[in-house]
Write a protein that binds this ligand. Structure first.
Ligand code: SF4
Length: 436
């Protein structure tokens, strides 16, 4: 509605000597700065069509492929339209001439209810890889071992979705931003089935979690507000006042699962949102005293405010508070347990100074890096739009330590490179061919 008014004011400003009266607008020089007032343009008093009957046309595939700014724009629009309560369909032209066609992207599906989630999870799954991958005895060990299956073999998924909105992650795009939780009964039934049917179960549930371990049954207080909300995250820049943070239902599931006959230990291996967890110290106590196997991996992602704000992650202060609780409850239980933090290096928006401060933080806290890998953009997350390979336009975000090394003149060498790592050196020069 106001776009027209801005245009109207602009036209007047361009044609006016600032003393004349034009229509309803009266512009004259003022000695001091005056606030800018926007008024609706009566000539544009049109009614907007309802959102569920509106589509957004994105720049065409060919335009997006050529122009990183349009790519960034298309990506932004995509992420704004992720709430099934108000998202609009997206349309994008692909191809030119006789082969041109439109790709239609429907809004995200309405989240499943608990009953619907239970129905899906209660289907009679084999809980085994496909038999064609087994050996002659029908087993998956030795040569027929599947590492990815080993990781999930004794784990149970209790919910779907994530409202974190971290810019390097695409869970929202895959599973939605509204949490869909299973019922307690359905979860317990699956643990019992795993205990009774899965070969090799020793009584240890390796993970009782989901995309984020502690978002079970959390969500917006009001369905109406949730349906209208356009925020990309419920927990950034701070935890939204409309978000419920009660961890009691999750705590009860932990307690009931570990009380099942034949279950010796229930671990929580999924990523934990510690800024939410510290709102419920009793949950942290339950987790630390019963569901940690000596080490708990946790993801502050960085220590510095600059990169953390680009990632849409909480400040390192939340980590410190969680650490205090972790150590206090571990000591109360007489257990020596450790937090293992992990970080992202060279995320867009990270400066050399940020990386230096992170290194100092590691040193001050007695950590030595176990593995190091620089940020690698994947197709969907928002941060991807800062790293389009066609242009290496990192400067569109902010200068990064990586950006200082990658310039458009090296883009062609980078595009042609087949190496898996820039740290792999050439035999002749002893360093990467594309990096300075
Ligand atoms: S109002 Fe707050 S809690 Fe509700 S959906 Fe929006 S950001 Fe999340």
């Amino acid at each position: 509605m106001f776009d027209g008014s801005i245009e109207y004011c602009k036209n007047i400003a361009e044609t006016s000597d600032f003393t004349a009266t034009q229509g309803e607008f009266y512009l004259e020089p003022q000695p001091a700065a005056q606030p800018l007032v926007f008024v609706p343009n009566p000539a544009l008093r049109s009614t907007r069509p309802p959102r569920d009957r509106t589509v957004i046309r994105l720049p065409s595939y060919e335009q997006v492929k050529r122009d990183p700014v349009l790519y960034a724009h298309a990506n932004r629009v995509l992420h704004l339209e992720t709430n099934p309560g108000n998202a609009r369909a997206l349309v994008q032209a692909h191809g030119e001439g006789a082969t041109a066609r439109d790709v239609w992207l429907n809004p995200p599906p309405i989240p499943l209810t608990t009953a619907e989630m239970d129905h899906i999870f209660d289907l009679p799954y084999a809980r085994n890889p496909h038999p064609r991958y087994a050996d002659a005895r029908g087993r998956h060990d030795g040569d027929t071992k599947i590492p990815a299956w080993e990781m999930i073999r004794f784990s149970v998924n209790i919910m779907r979705g994530c409202f974190g909105g971290c810019t390097f992650c695409s869970i929202t795009e895959h599973e939605g931003r509204i949490i869909q939780s299973r019922s307690e009964k359905s979860i317990l039934r699956e643990v019992e089935e795993m205990r009774d049917k899965v070969q090799g179960f020793t009584g240890v549930v390796s993970d009782l979690g989901g995309p984020t371990a502690n978002m079970y049954r959390l969500g917006c207080k009001s369905p109406e507000i949730e349906a209208a909300c356009r925020k990309p995250s419920c927990v950034y820049p701070g935890i939204c006042q409309n978000l419920t943070t009660d961890h009691a239902p999750l705590t009860r599931i932990y307690q009931r699962t570990r009380a099942l006959p034949g279950v010796k230990k229930v671990l929580v291996g999924s990523g934990l949102r510690y800024d939410l967890a510290i709102r419920s110290p009793s949950y942290v106590k339950e987790l630390v005293q019963h569901h940690v196997g000596g080490y708990l991996k946790i993801a502050p992602e960085h220590t510095e405010e600059g990169p953390l704000s680009k990632m849409m992650k909480p400040g390192i202060g939340s980590y410190d508070k969680f650490k205090q609780l972790f150590e206090k409850f571990s000591a109360q239980a007489g257990k020596q347990q450790f937090l293992i933090p992990y970080f992202i290096a060279a995320h867009p928006g990270t400066t050399d100074e940020d990386m230096l401060n992170l290194a100092l933080w590691l040193k001050q806290n007695g950590f030595r890096a176990d593995q190091v890998q620089a940020f690698y953009p994947r197709p969907w997350p928002r941060r991807r739009r800062c790293t389009t390979p066609a242009s290496i336009r990192w400067s569109a975000c902010t200068a990064t330590s990586a950006a200082k090394q990658w310039t458009p003149s090296r883009a062609s060498a980078a595009a042609a490179c087949t190496r898996l790592s820039c740290a792999t050196t050439t035999p002749t020069t002893g360093r990467c061919c594309a990096k300075p």
